[in-house]
Ligand binder design. Sequence first.
Ligand code: GLA
Length: 395
Amino acid sequence: MPQHLQPQVAEIQKDLAQEQLVKQLFKEQFQSNEEVICHAPGRVNLIGDHTDYNNGFVLPAAINYGTTIAVSRRADNTVKVYAHDCDQQTNKFSLDDICFDQQMMWSNYVKGTLQALMNKYPNIKGANIVVTGNVPQGAGLSSSASFEIVLLKAFSQLYKLNLDGINAALIGQQAENNFVGCNCGIMDQLISAMGQQGHAMLLDCQDLSFEDAPIPDDLTLFIVNSNVKRGLVDSEYNLRRQQCEAVAKYFAVATLRDVTLAQLMAAKEQIEPVLFKRAKHVITENARVLASLVALKNNNMAAISQLMKDSHISLRDDFEISTKEMDGLVNIIDSVLGVNGGVRMTGGGFGGCVVALVPKSLVAQVKSVVNDNYEKRFNLKPNIYLCEATQGAFR
Ligand code: GLA
């Protein structure tokens, strides 16, 4: 087989293995065959963090790690879910009586998603579901968004709902906002639904219009999980959101999308210093996302490198959501990449992953510098994921 096809073939084999697994588990759990198998990817954000809920710009890519489910309809309103990777637990509930579950937290993603789906499609009935996935949980690669989107894809096929990717993303976000209790933006769900193979997505979170941005063939999406335990994520996340909203309110606009850097600078003395820093991050990050799109299209690596560096510094110093371990990882990777690649923390912050755009010729070197130095300095083992951009579930 030609060498350049080997990674694609390995991918297809990995996907088939996940499909085989859910098929077999479904048979074991429900003594019958499934009607539908669906898959939705996790995501990594190349640049543009904490901009989505400010109606700004983001540049994520769907990745070749995701959630796969096997599903069949039921005649009643019961939903029975077997979660292979959540201690092989089973959860059963009725669509007529959906309550938050403190014990089995994972089940709230199913409950919240179906409750939000029923607001639009009240006539759906129950289902038997088996779920498995390979997105590391709690690492900031959107295992939960991929779970929401794969459920919506499966229900839309089972019950022939005319649900498109954008509405699926909005329903997934409602599940998080109204049921799970995280005030997240739209990025994770939208890229999981609408990502395009080989591309990142420039998404305008104001009107949900998007453009596919080609990732140069020579670049690997190099992701490293810092394995910092992410405490306080939701409360700090929600606090950042409130701080951004407070500045928008000061300017009497709906979101920070409508505030320019010049306006912010002119009001510096009137705004509380912490709030000023938060807004400065958001406004400058939006500009970096747009500049990154141009740099990607022109394969201008030196520009991408600088933009990712500036984004990390802004998240670290102005938005204050990085950690010393993530800063360390970024420095370790940057020591090899220089202007030949880019690296920054990615996602919600307070732990999780860093993302690097690494030319194929430097992948081995970056891998060994991470393996040789990170654990030594921080006493935590890194996990490295070499990813490619894949297709969203509704694309
Ligand atoms: C989390 C949220 C997203 C986004 C990012 C930060 O992943 O779910 O909506 O706000 O954090 O960019």
